[in-house]
Design a protein around this ligand. Structure first.
Ligand code: TYM
Length: 329
């Protein structure tokens, strides 16, 4: 069975973008692959987080993994910081990454372009840690949204570099990016990605949003003056985004939705999108409540960490021997 691995940063509440671009795919793939899904809690401290909020977001993220359908019997679910081998491998891979490669990472370049202050060294080297997350487990496939594809490509380059410099050690992973829903856009500015750190909160639907709030966000989503429900990302980015959201959640192809709404107005269309979104959120939130009231989370994390640690430790030892920093047999 091929192995698949992915993770989400709990640097805020999980969003509909995380669900559509990543989480729902993890759930769909867990029957087909040996699945490893972790919470990237080290990645999220590359930017300062309020400790109290972080603790809450972290617990919510794990509960949401389960509420969205990740099954601990099928998937290994764990916390990144519970497997220290991952961070150590991260350092070794950082030493095999060139500054030029990290300088080219779009997410980092965007922050520099926005003249953000206090960009940490951790944020700069984060793609090397992400490579370690993937390579420690010999993942064949990495399901991600569009914005993370470049980071998976760096992981491929680092795996190939290491394999060529020493000897075959790492599986070279492949990104898996869905055709629809890989980049859900902000509802208030459909030229920007829907993101956890949305300043106004209007453009982003959180999985734990009150349903009335979520509905309102969809109903006030920015559209255009064209007045026809059509899939045209260039001229109608807002409507196209809503079409992607609806199609991803309902499974109905975009063409079919477009046909159904021929001659109808945006209000009617948005109402149906809101219905579909609220139905999804309602189901997730009910399960989330059950999970929060149970004591399943700690057990899931402990079992997950034990399984993950065993694999990552073996890989790290292998790497250390090849590099020459380990003399024990
Ligand atoms: P993060 O936490 O930013 O996002 C988690 C996943 O959600 C996807 N995503 C989206 N997809 C569609 N539309 C959106 N608006 C949207 N926003 C986010 C992301 O593409 C991602 O798949 N560095 C990673 C976490 C990570 C990781 C890894 C992933 C750390 N190590 C190893 C895979 C493998 C991150 O910050 O994702």
């Amino acid at each position: 069975m091929k192995r698949m691995l992915s993770g989400i940063k709990p640097s805020g509440q999980l969003t509909l973008g995380n669900y559509i671009g990543a989480l729902r795919n993890f759930v769909a793939y867990q029957d087909e692959y040996e699945m490893f899904v972790f919470i990237a809690n080290l990645h999220c401290v590359t930017v300062y987080q309020d400790p109290k909020e972080l603790r809450k977001n972290l617990k919510d993220a794990i509960a949401l993994y389960l509420a969205c359908g990740l099954d601990p019997q099928k998937s290994c679910i764990f916390l990144q910081s519970d497997v220290m081998e991952q961070a150590q491998l991260g350092f070794l891979l950082t030493c095999n990454t060139y500054m030029g490669e990290l300088n080219r990472m779009t997410q980092y370049k965007d922050k520099v372009a926005k003249q953000e202050t206090n960009i940490t060294a951790g944020l700069f080297v984060y793609p090397s840690l992400m490579a370690a997350d993937i390579l420690a487990y010999d993942a064949d496939y990495v399901p991600v949204g569009d914005d993370q594809k470049q980071h998976v490509e760096l992981a491929r380059d680092l795996a190939e570099r290491f394999n060529n410099r020493y000897s075959p050690t790492f599986v070279v992973p492949e990104p898996v990016v869905a055709k629809v829903g890989a980049r859900i856009m902000s509802l208030s500015d459909p030229t920007k990605k829907m993101s956890k750190s949305d300043e106004t909160n209007k453009g982003c639907i959180y999985l734990l949003d009150d349903l009335a709030v979520a509905r309102k966000k969809i109903m006030s989503a920015v559209t255009d003056m064209v007045g026809a429900v059509q899939y045209d990302k260039v001229n109608q980015p807002g409507i196209s985004n809503l079409l992607e959201i609806m199609s991803s959640l309902s499974g109905e192809p975009i063409d079919s939705i477009v046909t159904r709404f021929e001659g109808k107005g945006y209000g009617e269309f948005k109402k149906e999108v809101a219905d579909v979104v609220c139905e999804t959120l309602g189901t997730i939130q009910a399960k989330y409540q059950e999970i929060m009231e149970s004591d399943i989370i700690e057990k899931v994390l402990e079992d997950g960490a034990n399984k993950a640690r065993y694999i990552a430790h073996k890989k790290l030892m292998k790497v250390q021997k090849k590099i020459g920093i380990e003399i024990r047999k």
